[in-house]
Design a protein around this ligand. Structure first.
Ligand code: HAM
Length: 418
C-alpha cells in the first residue's frame, strides 16, 4: 500500500481549538502595530529570486536555505525566506509617501534542519518603517515588539541590542576584526576557517565553541563607532530605558542577515533553551533600498516568530486557553428546519451559533452542544414551535431552561451574554 499522506518535514498543521492562540496573537499584533501608525501590507509569498539575494550572499539564508525553482514561465523564483526584502521591493515599486510604516503577518520558508522551534515553513509578524534615520524610530520599532510580547503574556523577556555601525565606520572595524581573526584562524571552526575573508562578521554569530572562544576577546564594533553612529546608538539606548524596555548590550550580536546598519536587536525568551530563544529580531537597514535599485532611503523594522512566541508562552505556563467561542448551540427536536433557520438568522444578528446535522437524537444534540463549548443551548421542540418560543438553557452555569419568545430572543441573548 502507498505511504499515507502526511505534512512535509519541518511543517505542521494547526487545528481549530489550538488555532485560537494564533487568532489572538495575530489580532493583538494588528492592534499594537495599528496603535503606532502601521498599516497592513500584503506582498506575494514568492518573488523573483533577486529580491532576496541582497539579504546577503554570505548568509545561510541565501546560500543554503532558499526554496527556489524555475517556474513554467522560465522565471527564477524563490519562496520568501523573510518579508523585509519583499516589503522593500514593494516600496521601491510603488514609492508611497514617506515616512511609510507597514506591518505584516505571513509564512516564510527556509530549508533548515527541523528541530524544536525551527521549521521549514514558519510564520512571522513584523513591521517595517521607511524614510527616517531618526533613532527614535528605532526605539519605536523595538518598543512595538516589546509591548506586543508583554501584552501577549511573555514576561521572561530581554532585548539584546548592538550597533553595527555604517558604511563610514564599519569597513575599518571589519579590517580590525579580520586582522584579529586571521591571527587565530587555526582555532576557528572548519567552516569559518574557510570563509573568514568573505565576511568576518559572520564569525561573531557562530555558535560553535571553537569560534566562541576566539571571538570572546575580539574587538567590538560598539567600541569603534564613528561619531554619528555613536550618537545614534546613545539615543536608542536612552529611548529604550525611557520606554521601560529591558535590554542588554550584546556586543557580538550581528544577526543572520547582512543588510543591517547601526541598530540591530533580538528579543530573547528567557524561558526557552538557547537554540530557540530568539523570539524575534530586527534592526536598521539604511542601505537595503538603494542596494535593491531604489532611492537612498533609511529604514528600520522587526519580525517576530509566531511559533517561537507561542512556545515562550507555553514555557511560561501562560498559553492561551481555548476560550468559549460559541454563544449558542441550537438543539432542534422538530426535524431540522428550526436549527437551519434559527442559526442563520441569529448569525445574521451577530451571534456565534452552531448546530448539529443529520437529524441526531436529542441526547446526541445536547452532547454536541456541550462539546462545542457554547454558552447556551437553544432548544426548539414541537411545543416551542407551536408557542413561537425558544427554550434557553445555560450550559456553563446549569439551571432551569427558560422559555423566551422568538421575537425577544436576540435581546434576551444580549442580556445574558453581556
Ligand atoms: P530573522 O532573525 O531571520 O529576521 O527572523 C526573525 C524571527 O523569525 C526569529 O527571531 C525567529 O523567531 C523566527 N524564525 C526565523 N527562522 C525560523 C525558523 N526556521 N523556524 C521558526 N522560526 C523562525 C528576519 O527575518 C528579518 N526580516 C527581521 C527584520 C525585519 N529586520 C528588519 N525588519
Amino acid at each position: 500500500m502507498a505511504e499515507p499522506l502526511r505534512h512535509p518535514p519541518g511543517t505542521f498543521d494547526v487545528l481549530p481549538g489550538e488555532s485560537a492562540a494564533w487568532e489572538d496573537l495575530l489580532a493583538l499584533f494588528a492592534r499594537v502595530a495599528a496603535a503606532a501608525g502601521y498599516g497592513l501590507v500584503i506582498t506575494p509569498t514568492f518573488e523573483d529570486i533577486r529580491v532576496f539575494q541582497r539579504i546577503g550572499e554570505s548568509t545561510d539564508v541565501v546560500r543554503k536555505e532558499m526554496y527556489d525553482f524555475v517556474d513554467k514561465g522560465g522565471r527564477h523564483i524563490a519562496l520568501r525566506p523573510e518579508v523585509t526584502a519583499s516589503v522593500a521591493r514593494a516600496f521601491i515599486e510603488h514609492r508611497p509617501p514617506l515616512p511609510w510604516k507597514a506591518w505584516y503577518a505571513g509564512s516564510n520558508f527556509r530549508f533548515e534542519r527541523p528541530q524544536a522551534g525551527r521549521f521549514r515553513e514558519f510564520h512571522q509578524v513584523g513591521v517595517e518603517a521607511f524614510g527616517s534615520a531618526d533613532p527614535d524610530l528605532d526605539v519605536e520599532v523595538v518598543t512595538v515588539g516589546w509591548d506586543f510580547f508583554r501584552a501577549l503574556g511573555v514576561t521572561a523577556l530581554e532585548v539584546q541590542v548592538n550597533s553595527l555601525g555604517d558604511a563610514k565606520c564599519r569597513p575599518a572595524y571589519r579590517e580590525l576584526l579580520l586582522a584579529y581573526l586571521r591571527d587565530r584562524r587555526d582555532e576557528l571552526c572548519v567552516d569559518h576557517r574557510a570563509r573568514l575573508e568573505e565576511n568576518p562578521l559572520r564569525v561573531l554569530d557562530c555558535k560553535k565553541p571553537e569560534c566562541r572562544a576566539v571571538t570572546a576577546g575580539a574587538p567590538r564594533q560598539a567600541d569603534h563607532l564613528c561619531d554619528e553612529c555613536g550618537a545614534h546608538f546613545e539615543r536608542v539606548l536612552g529611548g529604550l530605558r525611557q520606554a521601560g524596555v529591558v535590554h542588554q548590550l550584546q556586543p557580538f550580536l550581528v544577526r543572520g542577515l547582512d543588510y543591517y546598519t547601526r541598530t540591530a536587536f533580538e528579543y530573547a525568551g528567557l524561558a526557552l533553551g538557547s537554540a530557540q530563544d530568539a523570539l524575534g529580531g530586527g534592526g536598521r537597514y539604511d542601505g537595503l533600498v538603494a542596494a535593491m535599485g531604489g532611492p537612498d532611503t533609511p529604514a528600520v523594522g522587526l519580525a517576530l516568530g509566531v511559533e517561537r512566541a507561542l512556545l515562550a508562552l507555553e514555557a511560561e505556563g501562560a498559553s492561551a486557553k481555548d476560550r468559549r467561542r460559541l454563544d449558542a448551540f441550537v438543539v432542534d427536536l422538530t426535524g431540522g428546519e428550526a436549527a437551519r433557520d434559527l442559526s442563520t438568522s441569529l448569525r445574521r444578528e451577530g451571534f456565534r451559533v452552531d448546530r448539529a446535522f443529520d437529524s441526531r437524537s436529542a441526547k446526541a444534540q445536547f452532547k454536541a452542544a456541550d462539546r462545542s463549548g457554547a454558552r447556551l443551548a437553544l432548544v426548539v421542540g414541537p411545543d416551542e414551535t407551536e408557542a413561537g418560543t425558544v427554550g434557553v438553557k445555560d450550559l456553563t452555569a446549569g439551571g432551569e431552561q427558560v422559555s423566551v419568545p422568538r421575537s425577544g430572543l436576540a435581546a434576551h441573548l444580549r442580556a445574558v451574554l453581556g
